[in-house]
Ligand binder design. Structure first.
Ligand code: NAG
Ligand code: NAG
Ligand code: NAG
Ligand code: NAG
Ligand code: NAG
Ligand code: NAG
Ligand code: NAG
Ligand code: NAG
Ligand code: NAG
Length: 541
């Protein structure tokens, strides 16, 4: 059913050059260090990576394998090429092949698990199958085809194109609000990846349906982005990187007549501008608020933006422990080869002002912007972040249809955040937990003012507070017990807070994204008729 011969002829017309990237400097360092680790968790007998997150008992994992295959082709020593081809054949062989299933063209999560959609393994979106795997694998296949196509036999290249065709058709089944899917234009990272994959695949197959659909999707993404040059999925230390990779490749691989090519480089520059404004090099952490975060301190969990910063200015200045695989969310270290391969192009689009801001603190400043995620946002969110010498305060005003932001996640959604430096240079933080659908946030130097416009006497302001550093006071019963920062609370709340410990083992609640925290809760006075408001004055000590 596929006319591969004519397609391959068409393929060569998209871009004249096959350009295996020569890596030097920081990208080379990231590449070599990550590959030497990943080599040890590759199973050559199977042709799959082992899953080294804490969730599996040496299960093989599909998604990480193509990232490593890209690294093997980049290195191309010994039997690297043969292993890469073996991986790609495995991953594509295991792609779902029934066009009538919602997960058609998607890639399995684990090659050992029983067939999805049976009574043994019922289909659960983001559970037994993950629609975003089409994009994570697909983007990697595109990079492999474009950068290393000259290392691949014709039948392998044809198989990649067939795989991309199926995954693009399957991706077109995704409609926000239908069949439990949530792919709206504001879900930035998969939306931008799907747009790339559909545009690229459409051109490879000379399929105007796909090409035009990608242009429409790009237009919808741009309508949101251009409001304030921000991603709707705002300030995610993980997913901003995924979006950056997608739009960098919009620019690199699509022809000039495409909206993608016309806007990709500008978007990369603007997204990095925001990172540069919100990243605090003195704390080695991005200031809040976060739409989606997998931790509180980038020095302790692997964030993809942390890997990008490594590839941009070097590991020494990046938020990264010397052994990234020891950190929380270590699984994301698997993406390092792909990030390194894309880095020379990505880095060329980042402004020198931004690079300077990532390296050393640019001085006290306030950054204001907005981001918009319809249909969950009833109005655009307004973001303010203040960065001082040893602390930051960031928050966003929002009015939404649900609690927990677009991602509907109270662990990932951090609408207000205070961060400061402890005496041992580690990071202190106190982040608001999302418990309401609307917040009015006012951020000033050393001052955070939060109001729930739709709140009631049952509302609460609840924060996740860091522990003091090792050797410091370990029992925190009041704000006075917190080290290196003075906090004074006022407002319509009862200013006497409760403090509970949330630990990995023990406490009154579970740790959050592997971070042990204190849960600090301010309630309204009983029977209060006032609008819930809390004001926190902060000074560094
Ligand atoms: C793509 O299709 C158009 C219209 O059918 C045709 O004119 C063109 O030659 C095709 N291009 C390639 C590369 O096959
Ligand atoms: C693509 O899907 C078709 C069914 O539409 C299937 O026959 C074919 O094997 C699939 N190709 C791959 C590479 O999965
Ligand atoms: C293009 O889309 C139309 C309408 O959905 C469909 O009938 C047609 O088969 C598609 N063509 C290709 C080449 O995918
Ligand atoms: C950054 O500065 C260097 C050296 O002055 C220059 O070559 C490069 O083009 C600049 N980068 C950008 C994105 O402007
Ligand atoms: C955000 O967009 C709005 C509407 O276009 C504009 O009024 C505002 O100045 C923009 N703010 C920033 C920081 O770009
Ligand atoms: C953000 O600011 C804009 C422009 O001032 C306003 O229209 C919008 O309602 C504000 N959003 C929130 C959630 O307050
Ligand atoms: C959001 O999460 C809540 C609690 O887990 C759930 O009840 C609700 O259905 C979710 N909403 C959507 C739109 O998925
Ligand atoms: C705090 O915010 C509330 C609600 O917007 C406002 O009424 C109050 O004046 C603010 N307080 C200060 C000190 O800015
Ligand atoms: C404030 O909270 C404290 C501690 O829970 C409690 O003893 C006190 O009665 C509360 N005050 C009001 C006005 O609700």
């Amino acid at each position: 059913m596929f006319q591969l011969k004519s397609v391959l002829l068409g393929a060569a017309l998209v871009r004249g050059v096959m350009s295996a990237t020569a890596l030097t400097g920081a990208p080379l360092d990231l590449f070599q260090e990550s590959m030497s680790f990943l080599d040890d968790i590759y199973d050559p007998a199977a042709g799959y990576m082992y899953d080294f997150s804490s969730g599996g008992a040496l299960t093989h994992t599909t998604r990480s394998s193509p990232w490593y295959a890209a690294g093997l082709l980049q290195r191309n020593r010994g039997d690297d090429r043969e292993q890469a081809i073996k991986i790609l054949k495995n991953v594509i062989g295991d792609q779902y092949k029934d066009p009538s299933s919602q997960w058609y063209g998607d890639y399995t999560k684990f090659p050992e698990t029983p067939t999805v959609g049976t009574s043994q393994n019922p289909q659960v979106i983001y559970g037994s199958w993950d629609p975003n795997w089409r994009s994570f694998v697909g983007v990697t296949l595109i990079v492999i085809y474009e950068e290393f196509g000259d290392l691949l036999p014709q039948d392998m290249k044809a198989l990649i194109l067939e795989s991309m065709y199926n995954s693009t058709v399957g991706d077109s089944y995704r409609v926000g609000g239908v069949d439990n899917d949530n792919l709206y234009p504001c879900y930035s990272n998969p939306w931008l990846m799907r747009t790339l994959a559909t545009a690229w695949t459409g051109r490879m197959w000379n399929n105007t349906n796909m090409t035009e659909s990608a242009e429409t999707d790009a237009k919808l993404a741009l309508e949101l982005f251009n409001l304030n040059n921000t991603l709707s999925e705002f300030n995610s230390p993980t997913y901003a990187s995924t979006s950056l990779t997608a739009v960098a490749l919009w620019s690199k691989y699509l022809p000039e007549d495409s909206l993608l090519a016309q806007n990709g480089a500008r978007m990369v520059k603007e997204i990095w501008n925001t990172v540069g404004e919100m990243y605090h090099p003195g704390l080695k952490n991005i200031a809040g608020p976060f739409d989606r975060a997998y931790g509180f301190d980038m020095n302790k969990y692997v964030s993809l933006i942390g890997l990008n910063i490594w590839a941009l200015i070097g590991k020494k200045d990046a938020p990264m422990y010397k052994l990234p695989w020891v950190m929380s969310h270590n699984n994301d270290y698997n993406t390092a080869p792909l990030i390194a391969i894309v880095a020379p192009y990505m880095n060329s689009l980042v402004s020198n002002e931004t690079i300077a801001k990532l390296k050393s603190f640019a001085g006290e400043h306030t950054y204001r912007t907005s981001a918009y995620s319809p249909p969950v946002d009833l109005t655009p969110r307004n973001i303010t972040a203040w960065l001082g010498p040893a602390m930051s305060i960031g928050a966003q005003s929002f009015d939404q249809t649900q609690v927990g932001g677009f991602a509907n996640s109270t662990s990932q959604w951090n609408p207000a955040a205070i961060q400061w430096k402890f005496a041992d240079s580690s990071l202190g933080y106190m982040h608001l937990v999302g418990t309401e659908k609307a917040l009015h946030a006012d951020v000033q130097p050393g001052f955070l003012n939060l109001t729930y416009p739709k709140g009631t006497s049952k509302s609460k302001f609840q924060f996740r507070l860091s522990q003091n550093p090792l050797g410091g006071k370990r029992d925190i019963w009041s704000l006075a017990d917190i080290e290196n920062i003075d906090m004074t609370v006022s407002g319509t709340v009862n200013t006497t807070a409760s403090f509970g410990y949330c630990g990995q083992y023990g406490g009154v609640c579970d740790d959050v994204n592997n971070f042990a925290v204190f849960l600090v809760t301010y309630l309204m006075p009983e029977g209060s008729t006032e609008t819930p408001n809390i004001q926190i004055k902060l000074s560094y000590k």
